[in-house]
Design a binder for this molecule. Structure first.
Ligand SMILES: [Zn+2]
Length: 763
């Protein structure tokens, strides 16, 4: 053929070929046509061969090797530390060993074994039946070897591993059954819907049209899908917890442990259990519903951002289900400070799931530590004292307040108690103890039984008493009555007022001594009246100055207002005013209300933290501080570097307007006598040899048993700590709260927070 073609060309060249000549060689035309058709096919064929043979491996490996995945980088939440650096809230890690379901399954799934075997073989080898069978045996063998390696690594027995695998398999089987059932039900429901749409219309063409339309608009009905469910293609926990060594061994040798991984679970932990439980509060994961609600809230721009404290994050947060958020206490208050923000990593993996490239897209931002002013030892001691006092409370008669009826009161169980101690100059809270309490770990460890007990306890262990409990202060309030009367100019501290035991009539507005002994206190000066808690003296003072002056001074001492303490949901208490209207109706203010207010009754309600602040103001010469838990500086023992140092600027102490030192001097004189004069209501129960204590007892009348109060400060000569003890329905302030106050001050001395008075005098 080629020869003939050559001669044709030759023939062409030698003589100028005419149309005639061409016509005389039809073979040439056919050959040219044939070439024109075959040549492109030939090119395609060559290319196909090249693709199949030469380039195949390049493409195949390219397809097999890279797929991309995104992975979250977990962030740590900040810790909450006491002033000495001891951890009150931190994190624990638990490692769980997980194995892919196909490896857990016993006996192994035959089609899975086949797939795994084929993966290891080339195309050619796959056609070789005996070769495939041999490879399947090898896969099975590798599977068994893996399990014996895992047993060795985790030190679990054959039985333990078998039990764990069986449990997983059972669980997955149950899930699968449920899923299939659900699918069947859905199919059935879909079938019904379909038949309904084809009913209805009358005319034949209309029915036909409806049929066509439903065919076009509805997805085709598929047979019930019985393929693998997610659990069959996922990882399952086989051992938990496993050691960090196990984790690193598995991560370092992915080839030795195919289909095995170790996940690390973090959760909030409260190593001190009940200590300061109400203050610390809780941090638990968001449910999916909560997470989506939060996102919507953020989108609508209503996100609650804690911007009242400097140094807090205020960027938009990407809260997802499972993220932990503060729910109460300091965990809530300083959530944005403590909250860690997860990072993100891009991974490039090969088909076997091995990471061949990783790149951090966003670094995780760990939450910052929160250092408290709370002294762990003082707090612990305060809690012990409260617990002991509440266990011992017996309802004794009252000693220092007489405004209630003589009728025997029904004994009620004491509900709880509270002890708050603050630095008189800065407002730093040293202790905020409440009883009863609860173990914070109950919440994070989902201990349902323990939790039920806490909720069922009638004493309300969850109630954050220091800042949320508002009670009548009783005679403790006489301190403010004294200041108001002196500052109004209506009372001379040195001019005696005669107490006959009652104000006007022997059956009302009496002193306690009259109730017990039918005698009055006699001639009283201010200091004596505070010392012996003479009601008649303060009734007289209140009458002279009137209710408005009294309410005004209570307001200046912060009664009826939030103190601004850094805990959520602080109670304002209640300061009744002679001018107030209640729910639109003006309530008449009776003269008896003025007398009641003077001795801390009427409708007056105060929180322990409010009373501690008022006491600090008496001690520090009239400065109203802002009580706070977050330390402004943090302890020197932390070595995380300056970025971890919190910078919390608490409001500065502000002077109480119009309050004179001379007034406070006269009041303080009386408060020392309460404890150190033999007539004082705190003499028997509060006095200590080593340190001068100033304070005031209070026995607040209630519908049940009285509330017992003691509020004071130490050392009286150079005040450092103001404190308040209150026992709900604890009875007499002197008898019930007094001993707690005394032991608490002893603890302050022992712990070196307060200097003995003798050494102060020597200085
Ligand atoms: Zn009296």
């Amino acid at each position: 053929m080629w020869n003939r073609l050559a001669t044709v060309w030759q023939h062409d060249d030698s003589r100028q070929a005419s149309r005639w000549d061409a016509d005389r060689a039809p073979g040439l035309r056919l050959v040219l046509l044939w070439l024109g058709m075959i040549a492109p096919l030939f090119v395609v064929a060559v290319r196909m061969v090249q693709l199949q043979v030469t380039l195949r491996d390049d493409f195949a490996t390219g397809f097999e090797q890279t797929y991309e995945a995104r992975e979250e980088i977990p962030a740590r939440d900040g810790r909450i530390l006491a002033a000495d650096g001891s951890v009150l809230a931190g994190e624990t890690e638990r490692h769980e060993l997980q194995v892919h379901f196909r490896l857990v399954q016993e006996p192994a799934d035959a089609s899975w074994i086949r797939r795994e075997a084929l993966k290891q073989l080339s195309r050619l080898e796959r056609r070789d039946k005996p070769r495939v069978v041999a490879e399947e045996t090898r896969v099975q063998q590798q599977r068994e070897e893996l399990w014996s390696r895992l047993r060795l690594l985790t030190e679990l027995s054959v039985e333990q591993v078998a039990a764990a695998r069986q449990a997983v398999q059972q669980r997955v089987a149950q899930t699968k059954q449920a899923v299939i059932k659900q699918r069947e039900q859905r199919e059935a429901a879909y079938g019904n819907g379909d038949s309904l749409t084809s009913l209805g219309s009358g005319a034949g063409w209309q029915r036909a049209w409806d049929r066509v339309r439903s065919e076009l608009t509805q997805p085709p009905s598929r047979p019930v899908h019985s393929g693998p469910i997610a659990e069959e293609e996922g990882f399952h926990t086989i051992a938990s917890p496993v050691t960090a060594d196990t984790k690193s061994e598995i991560e370092a040798h992915p080839d030795r442990y195919p289909g095995v991984r170790v996940i690390t679970l973090r959760r909030r932990a409260y190593p001190q259990g009940e200590l300061a439980a109400h203050v610390i509060g809780t941090r638990t994961p968001l449910s999916p519903q909560e997470a989506s609600a939060r996102r919507e809230q953020q989108l609508s721009g209503n996100a609650r951002l804690d911007e009242q404290f400097e140094g807090q994050h205020s960027e938009q947060r990407d809260d997802r289900a499972g993220d932990r958020v503060g729910r109460s206490g300091l965990e809530l208050q300083y959530d944005s400070h403590l909250h860690g923000q997860r990072g993100e990593r891009r991974l490039v993996k090969n088909r076997r799931g091995e990471v061949i490239h990783s790149e951090v897209l966003r670094e995780p931002q760990h939450g910052r530590d929160l250092v408290l002013t709370l002294d762990a030892d003082v707090q612990r001691r305060a809690e012990q004292l409260l617990d002991e006092a509440l266990a011992n409370v017996t309802l004794a008669g009252t000693t220092d307040n007489e405004s209630h009826q003589d009728t025997a009161r029904e004994a009620t169980c004491p509900k709880g108690g509270c002890l708050v101690a603050i630095d008189v100059h800065t407002g730093a809270i040293l202790a905020a103890a409440a009883a009863p309490r609860f173990d914070l770990n109950l919440l994070v460890a989902s201990d349902a039984n323990g939790w039920r007990d806490v909720l069922a306890d009638p004493r309300k262990p969850l109630f954050s008493r220091a800042t949320q409990m508002a009670l009548a202060p009783g005679s403790v309030f006489k301190i403010i009555t004294a200041v108001a009367a002196l500052e109004s100019g209506k009372l001379n501290a040195d001019a005696p007022i005669y107490c006959q035991g009652y104000l006007d009539r022997p059956d009302q507005h009496r002193c306690l001594t009259y109730r017990h002994f039918q005698t009055g206190h006699g001639e009283m000066r201010l200091a004596d009246a505070l010392c012996r808690s003479c009601n008649v003296y303060f009734f007289t003072a209140a009458r002279r100055m009137g209710p408005q002056t009294l309410a005004d001074w209570a307001d200046r001492f912060g009664i009826g207002q939030a103190t601004g303490v850094d805990l959520p949901s602080e109670s304002h208490g209640r300061l009744p005013s002679p001018h107030e209207t209640e729910a639109g109706q003006r309530r008449r203010w009776h003269p008896g209300d003025t007398l009641g207010l003077a001795i801390g009754q009427s409708e007056l309600l105060v929180t322990p933290i409010q009373m501690a602040r008022a006491m600090a103001a008496v001690a520090n010469d009239g400065q109203l501080v802002t009580p706070h838990f977050a330390s402004a500086s943090g302890p020197a023992t932390l070595n995380e570097g300056p970025s971890f140092r919190p910078v919390f600027a608490h409001p500065e102490a502000r002077p109480i307007e119009g309050l004179h030192s001379s007034t406070l001097d006269r009041v303080r004189e009386g408060l020392v006598m309460v404890v150190h004069d033999s007539h004082g209501t705190g003499f028997k129960t509060v006095k200590l040899k080593d340190v001068t204590i100033a304070g005031k007892t209070g026995t607040a009348e209630t519908n049940g048993a009285d509330h017992a109060w003691f509020a004071g400060y130490v050392p009286a000569e150079r005040p450092r700590v103001a404190f308040v003890v209150v026992l709900e329905h604890g009875g007499s302030g002197g008898k019930a709260a007094g001993p707690v106050a005394r032991q608490f001050v002893s603890s302050l001395l022992e712990l070196g927070l307060v200097t003995p008075s003798a050494s102060l005098a020597r200085e």
